[in-house]
Design a protein around this ligand. Structure first.
Ligand code: EPZ
Length: 417
């Protein structure tokens, strides 16, 4: 079990390059199931979840070729299985994104229910309700979703809760359905727009992606395409927070500032100096961070995937910050670990109150999910002494070489095998 060891106290300086977005690459890979022609994705981050998705697609009959430098080619000349097995889906919930494409392409799908995870039980009921409205017959038994549809029909759908992968599953299902599908209360995340751009390049007719109403007119056939995945906005926000908490001044390259507007504005309110360029950011830490409350919200609000990293930062702010997590019911698992490092945080339901600033001391800590791991690494950058973060596989699911990138910025950090 690998660990990451951080010794706090070194301000960051230099340049870091952002990798492609994990949460855009995952639906983009699944979209390749919709055609028997090759789909080539570039700027795909070489992280664990991408490998897992490669295994899921291969299990369905796709040929997945990982080339050097983040290019992935997927060829699904024919689907040889319609089952996404439990042992893969349980390791990565995003595997449910094969449901829509399989139904659209093959008319059948057998996908294991993802089961809960550290941050909540995360059902897929909204995905299933929407697919049923498109004519799919769906049964849930023995922990699997059994779905079939001779031909999906366009429908008028409105999600009662904004769901990122729910919106993405529906867009892919609707791309080959008969007639028009209108998705109301759709997720507006940049990753949804990235999927739409790929689908359009494949010949789909999609309008309104990035807004809360997406219209998809089904077509008979989709072809192959070449598509560059957008940069990872959460990785970008994580490095802004890293500089803010460790001190110093860094340049973040190959990012899209417009994809994390709420994060940039909020961090400016805490005193972080952020200058925007066309595809880069210059970040300078303030001498003293100021507290500023957040509520996580669907895009374009403050992203839940930045909540843990922001909480670590606010332990160093001069005053009290309130963090309200409105998306997931159990995304404060990092609080206990931060408290072991000296943070003063009180949790009441979906709200955490952080008293700053508290000096942090290095400790042995354990990560529970991808973003909680990042939060603990950030806290380690500011803590006195040595922090060892266990269960680093969580980090490797969504961050490409975070230890190397932070070391390149001057952090005293190493991976212990
Ligand atoms: C996506 O998960 C992301 N994953 C998550 O990132 C991110 O935290 C989340 O969106 C919210 O932004 C990928 O894109 C692969 P949701 P997703 O469906 O789609 C409830 C990371 O760190 N809900 O938008 O699974 C759900 O329980 C990961 O990279 C239902 O009740 O999230 C949650 O409370 C973590 N029924 C809320 O909606 C459903 O059918 C939003 O979930 C679907 C969702």
């Amino acid at each position: 079990m690998e660990k990451i060891r951080v010794v706090g106290g070194s301000p960051l300086e230099g340049t870091v390059r952002i990798s492609g977005a994990k949460n855009a690459s995952l639906p983009d890979l699944c979209a390749a199931l919709l055609t028997d022609e090759p789909v080539v994705l570039t700027n795909v981050p070489e992280v664990r979840d991408i490998r897992t998705m490669g295994r899921v697609l291969s299990a369905l009959g796709a040929t997945v070729e990982f080339r050097v430098g983040g290019t992935v080619e997927v060829r699904t000349s024919d689907i040889t299985s319609i089952e996404a097995p439990y042992d893969l889906v349980k390791t990565m919930r995003a595997s449910v994104l094969v449901l829509g494409p399989l139904l659209a392409r093959e008319g059948r799908a057998r996908v294991s229910l993802p089961g809960g995870c550290a941050i909540g039980d995360r059902p897929i009921n909204l995905h299933l309700q929407a697919l049923t409205k498109m004519g799919a017959e769906i049964a849930v038994e023995h922990g699997y979703v059994e779905a079939r549809a001779d031909r999906l029909r366009g429908a008028e759908i409105s999600f009662e809760t904004v769901s990122v992968t729910g919106t993405e599953n529906l867009m892919m299902a609707a791309a080959l359905a008969e007639g028009e599908t209108v998705i109301g209360n759709a997720a507006c995340e940049p990753e949804v727009s990235d999927l739409a751009a790929l689908l359009v390049a494949m010949g789909a007719r999609v309008e309104g992606a990035g807004t809360s109403t997406v219209r998809v007119s089904g077509v008979e056939h989709l072809g192959g395409a070449r598509h560059q995945v957008i940069p990872d906005r959460i990785e970008t926000g994580t490095y802004i927070a890293a500089c803010a908490i460790a001190g110093g001044e860094i340049e973040i390259q190959r990012c899209v500032p417009g994809h994390l507007r709420a994060v940039i504005e909020k961090l400016r309110q805490t005193g972080v100096r952020i200058e925007e360029g066309p595809g880069n950011l210059r970040v300078r830490a303030p001498r003293q961070l100021q507290p500023s409350d957040i509520r996580t919200l669907p895009h374009p609000g403050f992203p839940t995937d930045m909540q843990a990293q922001y909480m670590a930062l606010m332990t160093q702010a001069s005053g009290t910050t309130t963090v309200t997590e409105t998306i997931f019911e159990n995304r404060f698992m990092h609080v206990a670990e931060l408290e072991r490092m000296g943070a003063d945080i009180r949790v009441d339901g979906r709200t955490a109150v952080i008293k700053g600033s508290t000096p942090l001391s290095g400790a042995q800590v354990m990560a529970t999910d991808l973003r909680a791991s990042a939060c603990l690494v950030l806290a380690g950058l500011a803590a006195r002494g040595e922090t060892v973060v266990d269960r680093v596989y969580h980090l490797d699911r969504g961050y490409y070489r975070i230890d190397e990138k932070l070391r390149g910025l001057g952090a005293d950090i190493e991976r212990l095998t």
